[in-house]
Design a protein around this ligand. Structure first.
Ligand SMILES: NC(=O)c1ccc[n+]([C@@H]2O[C@H](COP(=O)([O-])OP(=O)(O)OC[C@H]3O[C@@H](n4cnc5c(N)ncnc54)[C@H](OP(=O)(O)O)[C@@H]3O)[C@@H](O)[C@H]2O)c1
Length: 325
């Protein structure tokens, strides 16, 4: 395993991390089940993965509980637990954004209980809340730091303007980023306030922040396992880029990547992971998995490095395809 840290994020995170949304259970990710989820976390630990990205809203508390259960008995100081706050839900499981201090104080205690720990290493604000002045939220997080419940603060889905204002307090940014979604305008129909490659990556690099790319495999598209006629029935059904003609456009490019990969004996998932590893401010690639074999396959990306020739060949295909914004 390779590890990376930055001045503001000095935690030595594994370059391949584990995105834990897939631990939510089958009502969210159709192939997710608890027994495989526990195996995935254990496989991750055995392989040197120490970075786990989760959130309360993933499975409405379930993913945090499963992660906590899987980590029980493992040395706490050897893992980096990154969770989030700011998406809360009601009895009907309707999700709203809320970063009010009293809500954040409640959320952290619930996360700590579910995770079975007394601190989180990285506490990320999941999405901006237009109804709460961000300074009030940051003051609440600074209190949590003082109380020892939180070690570092991160932003997820925030603009560079806000990150610049909060720079002295933050250690990381998280955003949508993969080979096909470099400066995406939206995620699951939600407009994004940032352009990842154009704005966030250079900002993180200049300011020594960790960058965590989410949906690094474009929710399975960048693995080669999805075909032209796939009809998603889980959380991905809400992603308009993964439906009908939109999906077919991406799969046509994946087919070209497969052809390039077959010349060097490398599958598309490894190419997609290695393409990300080449982008320096990326600290940990938080790819998700619902089966232990997927994690093993993704880890194989660490056995080789993408040379400039392959990188340029890929760039030509993706840039010419017209899918980038
Ligand atoms: N901050 C945010 O707003 C935000 C938003 C989204 C995600 N995230 C974080 O980012 C993490 C990853 O994002 P994501 O889950 O959206 O997408 P992702 O990591 O791009 O894709 C995960 C899915 O890809 C498929 N997959 C993975 N490895 C594979 C392999 N080797 N072969 C075939 N298929 C494979 C699996 O699909 P199947 O289950 O169909 O097999 C898996 O569930 C999440 O777990 C979460 O921690 C954060």
């Amino acid at each position: 395993m390779r590890y990376r840290s930055t001045k503001r994020f000095p935690l030595n995170a594994s370059v391949v991390g584990l995105g834990c949304w897939g631990l939510s259970g089958p009502s969210i990710w159709k192939d997710s089940n608890d027994s495989d989820s526990i195996k995935i976390v254990h496989k991750a630990l055995e392989s040197g993965i120490n970075f786990f990205d989760v959130a309360p809203v993933y499975g409405f508390g379930h993913a945090e509980e499963i992660l906590g259960k899987a980590l029980r008995g493992f040395a706490r100081d050897k893992v980096i637990i990154a969770t989030k706050c700011g998406l809360i839900w009601d009895e009907q499981k309707r999700i709203t954004r809320c970063l009010k201090p009293e809500s954040v104080f409640k959320e952290i205690d619930e996360s700590l209980r579910r995770l079975g720990t007394d601190y989180v290493d990285l506490y990320q604000l999941h999405w901006p809340d237009p109804n709460t002045p961000i300074e009030e939220t940051i003051d609440a997080l600074l209190e949590l730091k003082k109380a020892g419940k939180v070690r570092f603060i991160g932003l997820s889905n925030f603009s560079v303007d806000t990150a610049r204002r909060l720079l002295e307090h933050i250690s990381s940014m998280q955003g949508l980023y993969n080979m096909f979604e470099r400066n995406a305008l939206s995620y699951h129909n939600i407009p994004l306030e940032y352009r990842t490659e154009r704005e966030v990556l250079p900002f993180c690099e200049e300011n020594d922040l960790a960058f965590l790319p989410y949906s690094p495999l474009m929710q399975g598209v960048l693995t080669g396992d999805i075909d032209y006629n796939e009809k998603f029935t889980d959380v991905r059904a809400a992603n308009p880029k993964l439906v009908g003609d939109n999906l077919r456009k991406y799969i046509a490019i994946v087919e070209k990547l497969k052809a390039i990969g077959s010349k060097i004996g490398k599958p598309v998932n490894e190419i997609a992971m290695n393409w990300l590893i080449k982008h320096r401010p990326i600290t940990s690639i938080i790819a998700g998995a619902t089966k232990p074999e997927q994690l093993e396959e993704n880890l194989k990306a660490l056995d080789w490095e993408m040379d400039n020739e392959l990188f340029n060949e890929i760039e030509a295909i993706v840039l010419e395809s017209g899918i980038l914004t």
